[in-house]
Design a protein around this ligand. Structure first.
Ligand SMILES: [Zn+2]
Length: 71
């Protein structure tokens, strides 16, 4: 199995996990804070490469209707 790198959207913790090919890490949780669904980190080894219609499947984050602006 390939080793993928993930980054927690909650505490920015980076960690690696063995995943099946094509896995998106939805079943993973952050080892630091326990937050589920970490972001997959893509290696930046191909510097200067031109993207030619790469299929990006970025799921839009749902807007939460939170009231109050206390930061
Ligand atoms: Zn975390």
């Amino acid at each position: 199995m390939p080793l993928y790198e993930y980054q927690c959207s909650g505490c920015d913790e980076r960690f690696e996990a063995l995943q099946r090919i094509g896995a998106d890490g939805k079943d993973l949780t952050c080892p630091a804070c326990g937050k589920p669904k970490p972001d997959k980190v893509f290696s930046t080894f191909a510097a200067g490469s031109v993207s030619h219609g790469a299929a990006q499947s970025a799921a839009p984050a749902p807007h939460s209707c939170r009231s109050g602006g206390f930061g």
